[in-house]
Design a protein around this ligand. Structure first.
Ligand code: ADQ
Length: 446
């Protein structure tokens, strides 16, 4: 099989460290286990060095570029996280456009392309990931790349009228003509993106490839984690109370204030649950250099204090809150003993935590997933209790429903979703995308 070249902003460590990881990392690790692979991206480090650092293990080679501190600030914190991320999550009001940042973004994409070109072989297949690298394929073509190029968008694509708010959106959309196949998570994203491109005369094919997980593997990790020392300690700390659990990066797309308000509404409107549940929300700080993230953190710290102040008893803390990272294995153990998972993003490309929760459940006594209808995962997980994450009252009602749901119904809802995840398989996503890319008509020039 020809070599696969993956390009993404961040690249996971060569050997799995077990530490916290983003969704892209998790999804791709399953994808590429048995193939010769070059993975190209940002090292995560800042320096003035212009050469990629190479390292290999088994059939995988990494080529990692440092960014300068200015590039990091303008390209990553600025244009990617301050402009594109809110825009793509339908939050234009939070977006800040600065032309210098957009220019730095294009310049970093050019630097990626220039460093990648000499590493390429004629028969490579190139697979570019996510919004950080929208213009990369066009620059690679300009520099002569004739290989097949695929692109996957992990986050949502908003309606064209929302996207049009981005200055020079047209140039970005025209760059997508250089790609042979674009993959997105849902039908809705595909419709929006195809329509936006059509308005610019671009007809790159768009396919729907929902990112999956290794459900059976995750189930094994979760089961083992419960019996470990920290798993036992945590379970004992619950004193037999039912666990409501949420885990997200601390991000305004995840609907955390509405979720906490929903839990407070549960305690207010359904007082029978007081003292019988504990809600643990894990939300490691991310993108702390962007001001909206710092503001959100302050808002949440305050809400947690207020909710605990209002409802706590001397021997019961209703809400446990941590912004520290948690090991993936520990997380899996928490998910397994969770009675109700709260996954309520205001918008999410897919949301792998929802799928991991389903995978982690004990078949004889599964918990209930409360899932935002605006997460990509909602299109697949039919057994979940769906909510509009903007409405704390609806979240409170869903919590009451989930906490009182009879075992037979919990089992039936869980079974259909678990079977579906297993059927999709750990590498179904990447295999389907790469097979379609292989069949796609070539956009390569000359
Ligand atoms: P992310 O925004 O990173 O990914 P998500 O899909 O939830 O979000 O994946 C997060 C992954 O990291 C999961 O495997 C989860 O277990 C882990 N994780 C989340 N919070 C964690 C924490 N606090 N500590 C440790 N691990 C944590 C992007 C898109 C998503 C899309 C993925 C994959 O934003 O919508 O699902 O890519 O395409």
């Amino acid at each position: 099989m020809a070599r696969l070249v993956i390009v993404s902003n961040r690249v996971p460590p060569l050997r799995e460290s077990g530490a916290a990881a983003g969704g892209l990392t998790v999804a791709l690790q399953e994808a590429v286990k048995r193939r010769e692979l070059l993975w190209f991206g940002w090292s995560g480090e800042s320096s003035d060095s212009k050469e990629p650092r190479m390292s290999s293990a088994g059939n995988t080679t990494h080529a990692l570029l440092d960014l300068t501190t200015a590039e990091h600030r303008l390209y990553y914190s600025g244009f990617c996280n301050g402009m594109l991320w809110p825009l793509l999550h339908y939050r234009f009001g939070l977006a800040q456009f600065r032309r210098t940042e957009e220019e730095a973004w294009r310049a970093v994409n050019r630097r990626f392309a220039e460093a990648l070109i000499p590493l390429l072989r004629e028969d490579d297949t190139i697979w570019i990931h996510d919004f950080h690298l929208f213009p990369l394929a066009a620059i690679l073509r300009e520099l002569g790349a004739k290989q097949r190029i695929g692109f996957f968008l992990h986050v949502p694509f908003p309606p064209p009228a929302v996207f049009a708010a981005l200055p020079r959106a047209e140039a970005l959309l025209k760059d997508l003509a250089a790609i042979d196949l674009i993959g997105v998570q849902t039908d809705e994203d595909a419709r929006h993106l195809a329509e936006a491109m059509q308005q610019q005369g671009v007809d790159t094919p768009v396919g729907v490839f929902p990112v999956g997980i290794h459900a059976e593997g995750f189930a094994r990790i979760a089961e083992a984690a419960v019996g470990r020392k920290d798993g036992i300690r945590f379970q004992e700390s619950l004193s037999g109370r039912r666990l409501i659990f949420g885990v997200d990066r601390l991000d305004y797309s995840k609907g955390l204030p509405q979720r906490l308000a929903g839990y407070a509404d549960l305690l207010k409107r359904f007082p029978q649950h007081r003292g019988k549940v504990t809600f643990l929300q894990v939300a490691p700080i991310s993108r702390g250099e962007v001001s909206h993230y710092r503001m959100l953190r302050r808002e949440l710290d305050e809400m947690v204090g207020r909710i605990n102040g209002e409802f706590a008893e001397v021997d019961w803390v209703p809400l446990r809150w941590t912004t520290r990272p948690v090991q993936r294995r520990t997380l899996a153990g928490f998910l397994r003993i969770t009675r109700v998972a709260l996954v309520t993003p205001l918008r999410d490309g897919m949301n792998l935590v929802a799928k991991e929760f389903v995978a982690a459940q004990p078949p004889e006594d599964p918990g209930v997933l409360i899932l935002s209808r605006f997460a990509g995962a909602a299109h697949e997980l039919e057994g979940a209790v769906k909510v509009n994450p903007n409405d704390p009252d609806e979240i409170a009602e869903a919590l009451d429903l989930a906490l009182t749901m009879p075992l037979a119904e919990r089992k039936a809802r869980w079974r259909q979703d678990f079977d579906r995840l297993v059927e999709a398989g750990p590498s179904g996503w990447s295999r389907a995308f790469l097979a379609d890319l292989n069949r796609a008509e070539f956009a390569a020039p000359g």
